[in-house]
Write a new protein. Sequence first.
Length: 398
Amino acid sequence: MRDMGFTPSKAETDIWMREANGAYEYVAIYVDDLIIASKNPQDIITCLEKHHSFTLKGTGLTAFHLGCDYTRQPDGVLCFAPEKYIQKMIKTYVDLFGQQPKQHTSPLEKGDHPELDNTEELDLKHIKIYQSMIGALQWAIQLGRFDIMTAVMTLSSFRANPRQGHLDRAKRIYGYLSKMRHASIRIRTAIPDLSALPTVDYSWERTAYVGATELIPEDIPKPLGKPVRMVSYVDSNLYHNMLNGKAVTAILHFLNQTPFDWYSKKQTTVETATYGAEYSAARTCVEQIRAHRLALMYLGVPILGSSYMFGDNKSVVDSSTELRSRLHKRHNALSYHYVREAIAAKIVRFHHIAGDMNPADILSKHWGYQQIWPVLKPILFWQGDTMTIHHDQSPSER
């Protein structure tokens, strides 16, 4: 790779990059699998085969990679989804249980609490089956099925000692994937127009955040190619776990109009009010935004100004963004100051979004079909273009 002019990116050493014709070419390497992003990928393939004596197979347009299918819609939009992987999961299910999974329209029942299950404990054979099923579901999440993430995150807590009720819930998730197997993520490169959002640029000179700025490394490659705008949605679910009182942090990140990273995890501390849980989630979201921005810089991707973060707790949004806000709960101080510093540095712009329009809800709770379908459908199940979520609100809701 070095002989061909490629160097490993400092963002991810398994991604090799080089400048070519005013843009970057990338080769992502996973063991002996390659995926090439280039305007002229055949030139790279030819060089590997003829000059470096590699025997390559399966060259051509990417159709299947590491369990994920890649297709194009009639309008040419590239999509990826683990359809064949889900088919394999269903076949394994039939081999294990002798029947197709019963189909469902949600991963778990709305408001379910698996931690309260008191059914009989599984024997060793079924514990291994349960662990295998959870592992398969976790890989499906990595391949794009973030709609099952919260359910799987919850059930994975019981891998060491699952009960029959936990196994039944894992079966239900298989049934959900069986019914909703045609979800896919469409790579939509159009830059979202956020010009209608209210913008207030405060002067932070008389605050603790004076001089706050985004630190740009000196060794990043020059940005080339089309710019991107990062948009993130954040939410929390207070008292998600009824036994230990922990809330869940839920985050969904978009590059332009394409979801590219998702997060659903129980918080490490127990919060006594929604305000604290939402602030903890906002802090985690800002941490991830900063990490993603740094990774993009090291990949040579031009970033359009500040990243946008949307949350549905207006108290948290207001206290983060208003110059003279006060914090009344000292145990939230670290989250409060971390988020405000990022806003003062113009790394992040934080806006309110109506709760029923927040797609992070998909990742924060055990939901019902009717509740979540309006935000799930446009992201994973529509053909063609999808709505820009925050554009469908009235100005007062923005």
